[in-house]
Design a protein around this ligand. Structure first.
Ligand code: AMP
Ligand code: ZN
Length: 471
Protein backbone atom coordinates (compact mmCIF):
# COMPACT_ATOMS: atom_id res chain seq x y z
CA UNK A 1 0.00 0.00 0.00
CA UNK A 2 1.16 3.52 -0.76
CA UNK A 3 0.28 6.32 1.60
CA UNK A 4 1.03 10.03 1.90
CA UNK A 5 3.35 10.72 4.81
CA UNK A 6 3.08 14.26 6.20
CA UNK A 7 6.59 14.03 7.59
CA UNK A 8 8.32 13.31 4.28
CA UNK A 9 5.67 15.12 2.19
CA UNK A 10 5.68 12.15 -0.16
CA UNK A 11 3.48 9.24 -1.11
CA UNK A 12 5.45 6.25 0.16
CA UNK A 13 5.20 2.48 0.29
CA UNK A 14 3.85 1.56 3.71
CA UNK A 15 6.28 -0.80 5.44
CA UNK A 16 5.69 -1.51 9.13
CA UNK A 17 8.57 -1.94 11.58
CA UNK A 18 7.71 -5.56 12.27
CA UNK A 19 6.60 -7.77 9.36
CA UNK A 20 2.88 -8.51 9.47
CA UNK A 21 2.12 -6.17 12.37
CA UNK A 22 0.96 -2.56 12.49
CA UNK A 23 1.00 -0.28 15.50
CA UNK A 24 -1.46 2.54 14.93
CA UNK A 25 -2.30 5.53 17.14
CA UNK A 26 -5.16 7.97 16.82
CA UNK A 27 -5.73 11.22 18.67
CA UNK A 28 -9.08 10.77 20.35
CA UNK A 29 -11.77 13.33 21.06
CA UNK A 30 -11.77 16.04 23.70
CA UNK A 31 -14.93 14.99 25.49
CA UNK A 32 -16.35 18.38 26.49
CA UNK A 33 -19.18 18.37 23.96
CA UNK A 34 -20.66 16.26 21.19
CA UNK A 35 -18.33 15.55 18.27
CA UNK A 36 -19.26 17.57 15.19
CA UNK A 37 -19.45 15.78 11.87
CA UNK A 38 -16.10 17.35 10.91
CA UNK A 39 -14.39 15.54 13.79
CA UNK A 40 -16.19 12.41 12.69
CA UNK A 41 -14.91 12.78 9.12
CA UNK A 42 -11.43 12.21 10.57
CA UNK A 43 -12.56 9.11 12.47
CA UNK A 44 -14.35 7.70 9.40
CA UNK A 45 -11.21 8.00 7.25
CA UNK A 46 -9.05 6.50 9.99
CA UNK A 47 -11.54 3.64 10.30
CA UNK A 48 -11.25 2.88 6.58
CA UNK A 49 -7.46 2.99 6.88
CA UNK A 50 -7.51 0.63 9.87
CA UNK A 51 -9.90 -1.83 8.24
CA UNK A 52 -7.92 -1.83 5.01
CA UNK A 53 -4.66 -2.41 6.87
CA UNK A 54 -6.34 -5.29 8.69
CA UNK A 55 -6.72 -7.12 5.37
CA UNK A 56 -2.93 -7.40 5.26
CA UNK A 57 -1.67 -6.98 8.82
CA UNK A 58 -2.37 -7.70 12.43
CA UNK A 59 -3.24 -4.16 13.60
CA UNK A 60 -3.20 -2.86 17.15
CA UNK A 61 -4.84 0.53 17.36
CA UNK A 62 -4.80 2.81 20.41
CA UNK A 63 -6.80 5.97 21.04
CA UNK A 64 -6.72 8.42 23.92
CA UNK A 65 -9.67 10.26 25.37
CA UNK A 66 -8.79 13.83 26.29
CA UNK A 67 -10.60 14.36 29.57
CA UNK A 68 -8.08 16.76 31.07
CA UNK A 69 -5.49 19.23 29.87
CA UNK A 70 -6.82 20.48 26.53
CA UNK A 71 -6.96 24.23 26.93
CA UNK A 72 -9.21 26.35 24.76
CA UNK A 73 -6.25 27.29 22.58
CA UNK A 74 -4.03 24.53 21.21
CA UNK A 75 -1.12 26.60 22.44
CA UNK A 76 -1.31 26.07 26.22
CA UNK A 77 -3.47 29.06 26.97
CA UNK A 78 -7.04 29.74 27.95
CA UNK A 79 -9.42 27.81 30.11
CA UNK A 80 -9.54 24.01 30.13
CA UNK A 81 -12.12 22.83 27.58
CA UNK A 82 -13.42 20.19 29.99
CA UNK A 83 -13.94 22.73 32.75
CA UNK A 84 -15.79 25.00 30.35
CA UNK A 85 -18.07 22.09 29.46
CA UNK A 86 -18.70 21.32 33.14
CA UNK A 87 -19.59 24.95 33.89
CA UNK A 88 -21.86 25.14 30.86
CA UNK A 89 -23.83 22.11 32.01
CA UNK A 90 -23.46 22.54 35.76
CA UNK A 91 -21.92 19.10 36.13
CA UNK A 92 -18.57 17.81 37.33
CA UNK A 93 -15.74 17.37 34.85
CA UNK A 94 -15.90 13.58 35.23
CA UNK A 95 -19.66 13.57 34.59
CA UNK A 96 -19.09 15.58 31.43
CA UNK A 97 -16.28 13.26 30.35
CA UNK A 98 -18.41 10.14 30.87
CA UNK A 99 -21.45 11.56 29.09
CA UNK A 100 -19.57 12.79 26.03
CA UNK A 101 -17.29 9.75 25.80
CA UNK A 102 -20.43 7.59 25.62
CA UNK A 103 -21.98 10.00 23.11
CA UNK A 104 -18.83 9.82 20.97
CA UNK A 105 -18.88 6.03 20.81
CA UNK A 106 -22.63 6.06 20.10
CA UNK A 107 -21.89 8.32 17.10
CA UNK A 108 -19.08 5.99 16.05
CA UNK A 109 -21.43 3.02 16.24
CA UNK A 110 -24.00 4.80 14.08
CA UNK A 111 -21.26 5.51 11.53
CA UNK A 112 -19.90 1.93 11.62
CA UNK A 113 -16.60 3.16 13.06
CA UNK A 114 -14.88 0.32 14.89
CA UNK A 115 -13.80 0.95 18.47
CA UNK A 116 -9.97 0.93 18.70
CA UNK A 117 -8.40 -2.03 20.50
CA UNK A 118 -7.34 0.24 23.37
CA UNK A 119 -9.16 3.39 24.47
CA UNK A 120 -7.40 5.20 27.28
CA UNK A 121 -8.57 8.34 29.07
CA UNK A 122 -5.82 10.80 30.02
CA UNK A 123 -6.94 10.87 33.67
CA UNK A 124 -6.04 7.16 33.89
CA UNK A 125 -2.36 7.71 33.06
CA UNK A 126 -1.13 10.46 35.40
CA UNK A 127 1.79 8.35 36.78
CA UNK A 128 2.99 7.70 33.21
CA UNK A 129 2.91 11.43 32.38
CA UNK A 130 4.83 12.28 35.55
CA UNK A 131 7.47 9.64 34.83
CA UNK A 132 7.95 10.99 31.32
CA UNK A 133 8.22 14.61 32.47
CA UNK A 134 10.73 13.62 35.18
CA UNK A 135 12.99 11.97 32.60
CA UNK A 136 12.70 14.95 30.24
CA UNK A 137 13.80 17.24 33.08
CA UNK A 138 16.66 15.00 34.15
CA UNK A 139 17.95 14.76 30.58
CA UNK A 140 17.86 18.51 30.15
CA UNK A 141 14.95 18.70 27.70
CA UNK A 142 12.57 20.36 30.14
CA UNK A 143 12.75 23.14 32.74
CA UNK A 144 10.63 24.55 35.53
CA UNK A 145 9.54 28.18 35.36
CA UNK A 146 6.85 30.04 37.25
CA UNK A 147 5.58 26.75 38.73
CA UNK A 148 5.06 25.00 35.39
CA UNK A 149 7.25 22.47 33.58
CA UNK A 150 8.10 23.41 29.98
CA UNK A 151 9.65 21.49 27.12
CA UNK A 152 12.71 23.33 25.80
CA UNK A 153 12.34 23.28 22.01
CA UNK A 154 15.76 24.90 21.53
CA UNK A 155 17.32 21.56 22.55
CA UNK A 156 16.21 19.99 19.28
CA UNK A 157 18.02 20.34 15.99
CA UNK A 158 14.75 20.35 14.05
CA UNK A 159 11.64 21.14 16.02
CA UNK A 160 9.57 21.74 12.87
CA UNK A 161 10.30 18.27 11.49
CA UNK A 162 6.63 17.66 10.74
CA UNK A 163 5.19 20.99 9.86
CA UNK A 164 7.73 22.56 7.48
CA UNK A 165 5.87 25.75 8.08
CA UNK A 166 7.14 29.24 8.22
CA UNK A 167 8.35 29.29 11.82
CA UNK A 168 7.31 32.93 12.21
CA UNK A 169 3.71 32.11 11.33
CA UNK A 170 3.47 29.25 13.72
CA UNK A 171 5.30 30.49 16.75
CA UNK A 172 3.12 30.52 19.76
CA UNK A 173 2.71 34.04 20.95
CA UNK A 174 2.52 35.62 17.54
CA UNK A 175 -0.66 33.89 16.46
CA UNK A 176 -3.85 35.88 16.80
CA UNK A 177 -5.55 35.58 20.16
CA UNK A 178 -2.67 33.76 21.83
CA UNK A 179 -0.93 35.59 24.62
CA UNK A 180 2.80 35.19 25.16
CA UNK A 181 3.77 33.28 28.30
CA UNK A 182 6.71 35.08 29.97
CA UNK A 183 7.91 31.89 31.64
CA UNK A 184 8.96 30.39 28.34
CA UNK A 185 12.58 30.52 27.24
CA UNK A 186 11.56 30.12 23.60
CA UNK A 187 8.28 31.06 22.03
CA UNK A 188 7.67 27.51 20.84
CA UNK A 189 8.25 25.88 24.25
CA UNK A 190 5.15 24.17 25.58
CA UNK A 191 3.82 23.08 28.95
CA UNK A 192 4.31 19.50 30.08
CA UNK A 193 2.85 19.99 33.55
CA UNK A 194 0.91 22.93 34.99
CA UNK A 195 0.79 23.94 38.60
CA UNK A 196 0.08 27.58 37.83
CA UNK A 197 -2.34 28.94 35.36
CA UNK A 198 -4.28 32.17 35.02
CA UNK A 199 -7.33 29.94 35.25
CA UNK A 200 -6.64 28.49 38.64
CA UNK A 201 -9.97 26.84 39.28
CA UNK A 202 -9.02 23.56 37.56
CA UNK A 203 -11.22 20.87 39.12
CA UNK A 204 -8.92 17.90 38.64
CA UNK A 205 -5.42 18.13 40.08
CA UNK A 206 -2.85 15.55 41.06
CA UNK A 207 0.22 15.50 43.28
CA UNK A 208 3.48 15.65 41.39
CA UNK A 209 7.16 16.38 42.12
CA UNK A 210 6.41 19.97 40.99
CA UNK A 211 3.32 20.47 43.15
CA UNK A 212 -0.39 19.94 42.77
CA UNK A 213 -1.26 20.27 39.11
CA UNK A 214 -2.34 18.74 35.85
CA UNK A 215 -0.74 17.61 32.59
CA UNK A 216 -0.41 19.57 29.36
CA UNK A 217 -2.38 18.28 26.40
CA UNK A 218 0.48 16.98 24.21
CA UNK A 219 2.14 14.76 26.82
CA UNK A 220 -0.93 12.55 27.08
CA UNK A 221 -0.74 11.26 23.51
CA UNK A 222 2.99 10.47 23.69
CA UNK A 223 2.68 8.68 27.03
CA UNK A 224 -0.52 6.77 26.22
CA UNK A 225 0.85 5.73 22.85
CA UNK A 226 4.13 4.44 24.28
CA UNK A 227 2.36 2.73 27.20
CA UNK A 228 0.45 0.49 24.82
CA UNK A 229 2.53 0.40 21.64
CA UNK A 230 6.13 0.68 22.83
CA UNK A 231 8.71 3.10 21.49
CA UNK A 232 8.37 2.38 17.75
CA UNK A 233 5.12 3.42 16.18
CA UNK A 234 4.15 2.68 12.59
CA UNK A 235 1.41 5.19 11.93
CA UNK A 236 -0.10 8.12 13.78
CA UNK A 237 -3.37 9.75 12.68
CA UNK A 238 -5.35 12.93 13.24
CA UNK A 239 -6.92 15.91 11.52
CA UNK A 240 -4.64 18.45 9.81
CA UNK A 241 -5.17 20.94 12.62
CA UNK A 242 -3.20 18.53 14.82
CA UNK A 243 0.00 18.87 12.74
CA UNK A 244 0.97 21.99 14.62
CA UNK A 245 1.40 22.33 17.51
CA UNK A 246 0.04 19.00 18.80
CA UNK A 247 1.85 16.42 16.66
CA UNK A 248 4.96 18.57 16.34
CA UNK A 249 5.14 18.65 20.14
CA UNK A 250 4.41 14.94 20.42
CA UNK A 251 7.40 14.16 18.21
CA UNK A 252 9.63 16.60 20.12
CA UNK A 253 8.93 15.15 23.55
CA UNK A 254 8.67 11.48 22.48
CA UNK A 255 11.97 11.44 20.60
CA UNK A 256 13.69 13.40 23.36
CA UNK A 257 12.39 10.79 25.81
CA UNK A 258 13.32 7.64 23.87
CA UNK A 259 16.40 8.96 22.08
CA UNK A 260 15.51 7.71 18.60
CA UNK A 261 12.94 8.09 15.84
CA UNK A 262 9.46 7.36 17.11
CA UNK A 263 6.85 7.20 14.35
CA UNK A 264 7.39 6.40 10.66
CA UNK A 265 4.15 7.55 8.99
CA UNK A 266 1.92 10.52 9.77
CA UNK A 267 -1.60 10.35 8.34
CA UNK A 268 -3.61 13.56 8.39
CA UNK A 269 -7.18 14.13 7.28
CA UNK A 270 -8.17 17.46 5.83
CA UNK A 271 -11.08 19.37 7.23
CA UNK A 272 -14.75 19.27 6.64
CA UNK A 273 -15.81 22.88 6.19
CA UNK A 274 -19.16 24.58 6.07
CA UNK A 275 -19.97 26.92 3.22
CA UNK A 276 -18.99 29.80 5.53
CA UNK A 277 -15.66 28.35 6.66
CA UNK A 278 -14.23 26.09 9.36
CA UNK A 279 -16.71 23.89 11.16
CA UNK A 280 -17.19 24.85 14.78
CA UNK A 281 -19.12 23.76 17.84
CA UNK A 282 -19.97 27.30 18.84
CA UNK A 283 -20.61 29.18 15.61
CA UNK A 284 -23.39 28.50 13.13
CA UNK A 285 -25.41 25.30 13.18
CA UNK A 286 -23.77 22.67 15.46
CA UNK A 287 -23.68 19.76 13.04
CA UNK A 288 -23.90 16.45 14.88
CA UNK A 289 -24.95 12.92 13.99
CA UNK A 290 -28.15 13.42 16.03
CA UNK A 291 -28.98 16.54 14.05
CA UNK A 292 -28.52 14.67 10.77
CA UNK A 293 -30.77 11.92 12.09
CA UNK A 294 -33.41 14.41 13.16
CA UNK A 295 -33.36 15.79 9.65
CA UNK A 296 -33.99 12.31 8.30
CA UNK A 297 -30.50 11.30 7.15
CA UNK A 298 -29.17 7.83 7.83
CA UNK A 299 -25.71 8.40 9.42
CA UNK A 300 -24.29 5.98 6.83
CA UNK A 301 -25.30 8.43 4.11
CA UNK A 302 -22.89 10.86 5.77
CA UNK A 303 -20.18 8.17 5.79
CA UNK A 304 -20.86 7.55 2.08
CA UNK A 305 -20.66 11.32 1.45
CA UNK A 306 -17.23 11.45 3.16
CA UNK A 307 -15.89 8.44 1.26
CA UNK A 308 -16.88 9.97 -2.08
CA UNK A 309 -14.01 12.42 -1.66
CA UNK A 310 -10.32 11.99 -0.84
CA UNK A 311 -9.11 12.44 2.73
CA UNK A 312 -6.36 14.81 1.58
CA UNK A 313 -8.79 17.35 0.17
CA UNK A 314 -10.91 19.59 2.31
CA UNK A 315 -14.57 18.80 1.92
CA UNK A 316 -17.40 21.33 1.85
CA UNK A 317 -20.52 20.32 3.70
CA UNK A 318 -23.93 21.49 2.55
CA UNK A 319 -27.34 19.88 2.82
CA UNK A 320 -27.56 20.00 -0.95
CA UNK A 321 -24.38 17.93 -1.27
CA UNK A 322 -25.65 15.52 1.41
CA UNK A 323 -28.97 15.19 -0.43
CA UNK A 324 -27.08 14.25 -3.58
CA UNK A 325 -25.16 11.63 -1.63
CA UNK A 326 -28.45 10.34 -0.20
CA UNK A 327 -29.97 9.95 -3.65
CA UNK A 328 -26.86 8.18 -4.96
CA UNK A 329 -26.71 5.93 -1.89
CA UNK A 330 -30.34 4.91 -2.15
CA UNK A 331 -29.98 4.17 -5.87
CA UNK A 332 -26.91 2.08 -5.16
CA UNK A 333 -28.75 0.14 -2.46
CA UNK A 334 -31.71 -0.56 -4.72
CA UNK A 335 -29.38 -1.86 -7.43
CA UNK A 336 -27.76 -4.20 -4.91
CA UNK A 337 -31.20 -5.22 -3.60
CA UNK A 338 -32.23 -6.26 -7.10
CA UNK A 339 -29.43 -8.86 -7.34
CA UNK A 340 -30.49 -12.45 -6.95
CA UNK A 341 -28.86 -13.82 -3.81
CA UNK A 342 -29.23 -17.46 -4.77
CA UNK A 343 -26.29 -19.59 -5.88
CA UNK A 344 -22.68 -19.87 -4.77
CA UNK A 345 -19.96 -17.37 -5.61
CA UNK A 346 -16.78 -18.28 -7.46
CA UNK A 347 -13.85 -17.35 -5.23
CA UNK A 348 -11.46 -16.50 -8.06
CA UNK A 349 -14.01 -14.37 -9.87
CA UNK A 350 -14.74 -12.48 -6.63
CA UNK A 351 -11.01 -11.80 -6.14
CA UNK A 352 -10.83 -10.45 -9.67
CA UNK A 353 -13.86 -8.20 -9.05
CA UNK A 354 -12.32 -6.82 -5.85
CA UNK A 355 -8.88 -6.14 -7.36
CA UNK A 356 -9.61 -2.62 -8.68
CA UNK A 357 -11.11 -1.75 -5.28
CA UNK A 358 -7.86 -2.86 -3.66
CA UNK A 359 -5.74 -0.91 -6.12
CA UNK A 360 -7.78 2.21 -5.34
CA UNK A 361 -7.14 1.89 -1.62
CA UNK A 362 -3.53 0.86 -2.19
CA UNK A 363 -3.12 4.20 -3.90
CA UNK A 364 -3.15 6.54 -0.88
CA UNK A 365 -6.56 5.37 0.30
CA UNK A 366 -8.52 6.59 -2.69
CA UNK A 367 -12.00 5.92 -1.30
CA UNK A 368 -13.85 7.65 -4.10
CA UNK A 369 -12.26 5.30 -6.66
CA UNK A 370 -13.00 2.42 -4.30
CA UNK A 371 -16.69 3.37 -4.47
CA UNK A 372 -16.45 3.58 -8.26
CA UNK A 373 -15.15 0.00 -8.09
CA UNK A 374 -18.45 -1.01 -6.42
CA UNK A 375 -20.37 0.47 -9.38
CA UNK A 376 -18.02 -1.32 -11.77
CA UNK A 377 -18.87 -4.63 -10.12
CA UNK A 378 -22.57 -3.93 -10.62
CA UNK A 379 -21.96 -3.09 -14.29
CA UNK A 380 -19.80 -6.18 -14.91
CA UNK A 381 -21.07 -9.38 -16.52
CA UNK A 382 -20.33 -11.45 -13.40
CA UNK A 383 -23.07 -13.57 -11.84
CA UNK A 384 -25.26 -11.97 -9.16
CA UNK A 385 -23.77 -14.28 -6.54
CA UNK A 386 -20.24 -13.14 -7.47
CA UNK A 387 -21.31 -9.50 -7.46
CA UNK A 388 -22.91 -9.82 -4.03
CA UNK A 389 -19.89 -11.59 -2.57
CA UNK A 390 -17.52 -8.96 -3.99
CA UNK A 391 -19.63 -6.07 -2.68
CA UNK A 392 -19.91 -7.71 0.75
CA UNK A 393 -16.12 -8.02 0.83
CA UNK A 394 -15.59 -4.38 -0.18
CA UNK A 395 -18.06 -3.27 2.44
CA UNK A 396 -16.03 -4.85 5.24
CA UNK A 397 -13.74 -1.83 4.62
CA UNK A 398 -16.15 0.84 3.36
CA UNK A 399 -18.68 -0.09 6.08
CA UNK A 400 -21.57 1.76 4.49
CA UNK A 401 -24.03 -1.04 5.22
CA UNK A 402 -24.49 -1.99 1.55
CA UNK A 403 -25.65 -5.56 2.10
CA UNK A 404 -27.69 -4.87 5.26
CA UNK A 405 -29.50 -1.93 3.65
CA UNK A 406 -30.20 -3.96 0.51
CA UNK A 407 -31.57 -6.82 2.65
CA UNK A 408 -33.82 -4.36 4.46
CA UNK A 409 -35.17 -3.10 1.14
CA UNK A 410 -36.03 -6.67 0.18
CA UNK A 411 -37.55 -7.48 3.59
CA UNK A 412 -39.64 -4.33 3.44
CA UNK A 413 -40.95 -5.28 0.04
CA UNK A 414 -42.04 -8.64 1.48
CA UNK A 415 -43.36 -7.44 4.85
CA UNK A 416 -46.77 -5.94 5.55
CA UNK A 417 -46.81 -2.24 6.60
CA UNK A 418 -46.41 -1.46 10.31
CA UNK A 419 -49.42 -2.95 12.01
CA UNK A 420 -51.79 -0.84 14.06
CA UNK A 421 -50.31 -1.96 17.37
CA UNK A 422 -46.75 -0.96 16.43
CA UNK A 423 -47.91 2.39 15.02
CA UNK A 424 -49.82 3.12 18.24
CA UNK A 425 -46.77 2.27 20.36
CA UNK A 426 -44.52 4.55 18.29
CA UNK A 427 -47.00 7.41 18.60
CA UNK A 428 -47.09 6.87 22.36
CA UNK A 429 -43.27 7.02 22.52
CA UNK A 430 -43.28 10.19 20.40
CA UNK A 431 -45.74 11.78 22.82
CA UNK A 432 -43.60 10.77 25.82
CA UNK A 433 -40.53 12.23 24.15
CA UNK A 434 -42.41 15.46 23.45
CA UNK A 435 -43.34 15.72 27.16
CA UNK A 436 -39.75 14.96 28.23
CA UNK A 437 -38.44 17.74 25.98
CA UNK A 438 -41.05 20.16 27.34
CA UNK A 439 -39.76 19.41 30.83
CA UNK A 440 -36.20 19.92 29.53
CA UNK A 441 -35.46 16.29 30.37
CA UNK A 442 -33.25 15.88 27.31
CA UNK A 443 -31.60 12.73 28.64
CA UNK A 444 -35.00 10.99 28.68
CA UNK A 445 -35.85 12.39 25.23
CA UNK A 446 -32.57 11.03 23.88
CA UNK A 447 -33.15 7.70 25.58
CA UNK A 448 -36.55 7.36 23.86
CA UNK A 449 -35.01 8.22 20.49
CA UNK A 450 -32.29 5.63 21.08
CA UNK A 451 -34.81 2.96 22.13
CA UNK A 452 -36.74 3.49 18.90
CA UNK A 453 -33.55 3.64 16.86
CA UNK A 454 -32.47 0.25 18.25
CA UNK A 455 -35.69 -1.13 16.80
CA UNK A 456 -34.95 0.40 13.40
CA UNK A 457 -37.33 3.34 13.88
CA UNK A 458 -35.91 6.77 13.05
CA UNK A 459 -37.64 9.89 14.36
CA UNK A 460 -37.72 12.96 12.14
CA UNK A 461 -38.66 16.29 13.72
CA UNK A 462 -40.48 18.53 11.27
CA UNK A 463 -42.43 21.77 11.59
CA UNK A 464 -45.61 19.72 11.49
CA UNK A 465 -44.49 17.48 14.36
CA UNK A 466 -42.42 14.32 14.75
CA UNK A 467 -42.64 11.73 12.01
CA UNK A 468 -40.94 8.37 11.77
CA UNK A 469 -39.41 5.95 9.34
CA UNK A 470 -39.12 2.21 9.85
CA UNK A 471 -36.15 0.42 8.34
P1 AMP B 1 -10.91 17.30 19.18
O1 AMP B 1 -12.09 16.61 19.80
O2 AMP B 1 -11.10 18.77 19.04
O3 AMP B 1 -9.63 16.95 19.88
O4 AMP B 1 -10.81 16.76 17.67
C1 AMP B 1 -10.96 15.41 17.34
C2 AMP B 1 -10.41 15.15 15.94
O5 AMP B 1 -11.16 15.84 14.93
C3 AMP B 1 -8.94 15.58 15.74
O6 AMP B 1 -8.26 14.56 15.01
C4 AMP B 1 -9.07 16.83 14.90
O7 AMP B 1 -7.92 17.05 14.13
C5 AMP B 1 -10.26 16.51 14.03
N1 AMP B 1 -10.98 17.66 13.47
C6 AMP B 1 -11.29 18.84 14.07
N2 AMP B 1 -12.02 19.64 13.24
C7 AMP B 1 -12.19 18.95 12.09
C8 AMP B 1 -12.84 19.21 10.84
N3 AMP B 1 -13.51 20.34 10.61
N4 AMP B 1 -12.79 18.27 9.86
C9 AMP B 1 -12.12 17.09 10.07
N5 AMP B 1 -11.50 16.78 11.22
C10 AMP B 1 -11.52 17.68 12.22
ZN1 ZN C 1 -3.02 13.51 20.25
Amino acid sequence: MKIYNTQTRKIEEFVPNEPGKVKMYTCGPTVYHFAHIGNLRSYIEEDVLEKYLRRHYDVKRVMNITDVGHLSSDADTGEDKMLKGAKREKKTVMEIAKFYTDAFFADCKALNIKRPDVVEPATGCIPEFIEMVEKLISEGYAYIAGGNVYFDTSKLSDYYVLSNHDAEDLEVGVRDGVEADDNKKNKTDFVLWFTKSKFDDQELKWDSPWGLGYPGWHIECSAICMKHLGDRLDIHCGGVDNIFPHHTNEIAQSEAYIGHKWCNYWFHIHHLNTTTGKMSKSKGEFLTVSLLREKGYDPLVYRFFCLQSHYRKSLAFSYEALDNAKIAYEKLISRIASLNAEGAADENKVKELVSSFESALDNDLNTSLAITAVYDVLKSDASDADKLAAIADMDTVLSIGLIEAANRVNEKADAPAADGELAAWIEEMIAKRFDAKKEKNYAEADRIRAELSDKGITLIDTKEGTKYEIK
